[in-house]
Write a protein of this length. Structure first.
Length: 347
């Protein structure tokens, strides 16, 4: 391996790691607020890439039908919950947020597609269609068991991933897609040619990380999410609703997964089941941060990307084995370095 090859591999690894960083930060965000290790995060990223590819081909994506079905299920569950609790006065609000708003987003995307929109509009449409998925899944799957143990939530999250893989095959088909690069620009750094797509990926990761920092430190909603992450009971006593905080976390997470999918689609062929590897590699990075630190998760994810790049050069068949083997020493290190406490069980 020459220095030029090492530099090329490092740049490629940083670009891949930047995408993993967005997914890892979103995973940590959802976990700290809701205690859910959201395994389908990578599936949403893959669905975004498939959605954008369908829009580029001037076809309305199956994401629209998926969102409508999820909206109907979430609305039904919310109506049953409100009727049982005797809070029928909240039914109009539930119908607006869980049914009317997602269906309106799908309708707007369908009408816009008929006008053959440019690339920038198609990117916005893909994000619009994908953003409601995680909050709707939260209402359907996770909120009814929000007080369950972390292990129960993880088991359900894994089951949800397999369900989404089946839905992905149904709505998107088995074909892989790769979209056109978002930019054709390129630049040379220290004798190494860097594509504009690579620079765009890194810039997007830095921008979104900075926006998250501003959101959590300088906005009231962000501070309420941080309070919920620190102490759910205490935040509830202070007037913060954990369910609402969870919905906001899922919205932000879904948006970050969407951006990740858009960025990775031009550089990797994405299939309906590609999300699992994306999410799992990002999860390795999130583990480096202990599932609590955003900078730690980002640094760990970039490290995973660089390791994957060099491992693929040495042995492309074993690159995933090498990356996932990294989990073992990290988990041992985290287990020895962390303070342990018995999980509280509410009766």
């Amino acid at each position: 391996m020459t220095s030029d090859i090492a530099a090329i591999l490092a740049i490629d690894g940083i670009a891949t790691g930047a995408v993993y960083a967005l997914v890892a930060i979103g995973t940590v965000l959802i976990f700290t607020v809701t205690r859910v290790i959201f395994i389908p995060f990578g599936d949403i990223a893959a669905f975004t890439a498939l959605t954008l590819a369908a829009l580029d081909a001037k076809r309305f994506p199956g994401t629209g039908a998926l969102v409508v079905i999820l909206a109907c299920l979430a609305t039904l569950i919310e109506i049953i919950s409100l009727v049982r609790a005797g809070e029928t006065r909240l039914l109009p609000r539930a119908l607006f947020f869980y049914l009317a708003l997602p269906v309106a987003v799908v309708g707007l995307a369908w009408l816009t597609m008929r006008a053959d929109p440019p690339l920038a509009v198609r990117l916005v449409l893909a994000l619009m269609l994908i953003t409601p998925i995680a909050p709707l899944l939260d209402r359907i799957v996770f909120r009814p068991i929000a007080d369950g143990t972390v292990l129960l939530l993880l088991t359900v999250s894994v089951a949800l991933h397999f369900a989404l893989v089946g839905l992905g095959l149904l709505f998107f088909g088995p074909e892989g897609v790769r979209t056109e690069p978002l930019t054709s620009l390129s630049a040379e750094f220290a004798g190494v040619l860097v594509s504009g797509q690579t620079m765009l990926i890194v810039i997007a990761a830095l921008v979104f990380s900075g926006l998250l920092f501003v959101f959590f430190d300088f906005t009231l909603v962000g501070k309420s999410l941080r309070a919920t992450a620190v102490n759910r009971t205490g935040s509830r006593l202070m007037g913060i609703r954990p369910a609402r905080a969870g919905t906001i976390a899922y919205l932000l997470g879904s948006l970050m997964a969407g951006v990740s999918g858009i960025l990775i689609a031009p550089v990797n062929t994405v299939f309906y089941d590609s999300g699992f590897l994306i999410g799992l590699k990002a999860f390795v990075g999130a583990i480096v941060g202990g599932m609590t630190s955003y900078p730690g998760a980002a640094i760990g994810a970039v490290g995973v990307g660089i390791l994957e790049s060099f491992a693929s050069f040495e042995s492309s068949a074993l690159k995933d084995v090498i990356v996932f083997s990294l989990l073992i020493p990290i988990l041992i290190w985290r287990s020895l370095a962390s303070l342990h406490s018995e999980e509280e069980i509410e009766e």
